[in-house]
Design a protein around this ligand. Structure first.
Ligand code: NAD
Length: 301
């Protein structure tokens, strides 16, 4: 798999949603690097097939069908890893679903289904893992999964919100868990998968993408989880195909200040010349800000 054998030899990992797609690639790459892997997926047949593949390549793996969108599932998954392999050193939170719909039509179920798998699933698996990592005194590596959709994307209120939340949890956990030797990073992957088939452009039509091998996201997960990556935490990396990109954290940009604070009159006079021509691009495409001429209700005919 192109990864140096053995950098994870004494480590045990769980990968959620590892029956297919990007998670499968992570599991195979972790296995090839020497980690013992719990291959988790609600589709147990897919998970079992990945376990076989790791076995055949000379690695160690077991399957888990736990539903990580429940506290109980997350608890079981982590307990299984500890029972089978004696520890949990690496937690890769990758499982995901999408339920795309334009904002004004999105239902509560579409929102909460996505929220539970991505946000609650990541929260539950990471917390169960981190408690073991702290108590064992071994530390560990947590790798979450975000997406460029968190920058804002048509039809993805639920998914964008979930990925933004995961990024913010990643930063927060990195701050809180360093004292226990636990690093927390995220990947923002790219790959051709069942999920990517549902990606649509702003026109609502499927986007034309070249084939991207899901397994090419795996080596960065191994690197982050290896001792060589032990100084990296609180970072998000765009991975997939030929790239590894640092994702910039949200931060305050252009700023105007006035002693004593800003009155409405001050803002009316000074916003436009100071900040009003510097508005940020919105959404994945990062096109220049398009609304300088105003945003108007459609004309009635
Ligand atoms: N494909 C891309 O280009 C892309 C881009 C950005 C982010 N991502 C993210 O990468 C991750 C993997 O996506 P993928 O493209 O490989 O999708 P995928 O559909 O191929 O794989 C996701 C897997 O997660 C499993 N899963 C879903 N809910 C689960 C649950 N509750 N418990 C256990 N397993 C569950 C599914 O059964 C499936 O096998 C997701 O978090 C996704 O949001 C993918």
């Amino acid at each position: 798999m192109g990864v140096h054998m053995g950098v994870l030899n004494d480590k045990a990992a769980i990968v959620t949603g590892a029956g297919r797609g990007i998670g499968k690639g992570h599991a195979l790459t972790l296995g090839a690097a020497g980690a013992a892997v719990v291959v988790n997926d609600v589709d147990i047949d897919e998970a079992a097939a990945v376990v076989k593949e790791i076995d055949r390549a000379g690695g160690r793996a077991v399957a888990s069908s736990a539903d990580i969108a429940t506290r109980e599932g997350a608890k079981q998954l982590v307990a299984q890893c500890v029972a089978e392999f004696g520890s949990i050193d690496i937690d890769v939170n990758n499982a995901g679903i999408s339920r795309d719909r334009s904002f004004l039509k999105m239902t509560d179920d579409e929102f909460t289904d996505v929220w539970r798998v991505h946000v609650m699933g990541t929260f539950w698996c990471a917390q169960e893992s981190a408690i073991h990592m702290r108590d064992s005194g071994r530390g560990g590596s947590i790798v979450n999964t975000v997406s460029a959709a968190q920058m804002g994307n048509f039809g993805q209120t639920n998914y964008a919100a979930a990925k933004g939340a995961i990024a913010s949890m990643t930063f927060t956990w990195a701050l809180e868990l360093a004292r226990y030797g636990i690093r927390v990073n995220a990947v923002s992957p790219a790959a051709t998968t069942r999920l990517s088939q549902t990606f649509k452009g702003p026109d609502g039509k499927p986007v034309d993408m070249p084939f991207l091998d899901p397994a090419l996201n795996g080596p960065m997960v191994v690197f982050l989880s290896s001792d060589g990556g032990n100084y990296i935490t609180g970072q998000v990396f765009g991975t997939g195909a030929d790239r590894v990109a640092l994702m910039e954290h949200p931060k305050y940009g252009a700023t105007m200040r006035k002693e004593g604070g800003w009155s409405l009159e001050d803002l009316q006079a000074e916003f436009k010349p100071n900040l009003g021509d510097k508005l940020e691009p919105i959404g994945i495409q990062k096109k220049p800000y398009p609304f300088y001429d105003g945003i108007h209700a459609p004309e009635k005919d």
